[in-house]
Design a protein around this ligand. Structure first.
Ligand code: AMP
Ligand code: ZN
Length: 143
């Protein structure tokens, strides 16, 4: 993955403000933070999608991301944190190396997720839940 910018950070080829590293993952400051202290947690191994990241690595990403969230939350200016992961271009993924955002949040940080809420028609939610539920077991077997 010669051109991947996050692989270059893992390999030390370009600098990053690292906050955590172990044998599986690296965490560093996002270069364009939503709030100061915004961190990215990435697997050392290159995966475009989080869906192919091995379970132990994905588990470590979540554990470390949530603990970084706690550390950030303890700062005076923050009260909470969001974990965010964009998987695919339509979802907003720009860097094609899976990464989890840890975004520290303050009550008065003046940032709003642009989150909408549609309504289901009668029966639509049940049909959709049944369709998805019927496909998950097979998807769990995929590499
Ligand atoms: P996403 O839209 O989820 O793919 O987010 C990619 C994130 O990577 C953005 O928030 C960028 O600010 C961040 N980013 C891109 N290049 C670097 C870099 N060299 N060091 C740190 N963060 C970066
Ligand atoms: Zn990569």
């Amino acid at each position: 993955m010669g051109e991947c910018i996050f692989c270059k950070i893992v390999n030390g080829e370009i600098p990053a403000a690292k906050v955590y590293e172990d044998e599986l993952i690296v965490a560093f400051l996002d270069i364009g933070p939503i709030n100061y202290g915004h961190v990215l947690v990435i697997p050392k191994e290159h995966h475009q999608s989080v869906s192919t990241v091995p379970e132990n690595v994905a588990g470590r990403m979540l554990k470390v991301a949530s603990r970084i969230g706690i550390v950030l939350k303890r700062r005076e200016e923050y009260d909470a944190y969001n974990l965010h992961l964009a998987d695919g271009t339509a979802a907003g993924q720009v860097v094609m190396h899976a990464h989890m955002h840890v975004v520290p949040r303050g009550v008065e940080d003046n940032f709003r997720w642009n989150w909408r809420q549609l309504n289901y028609a009668d029966g639509q939610a049940a049909a959709m839940a049944a369709e998805i539920a019927g496909k998950i077991a097979a998807a769990l077997e995929e590499k």
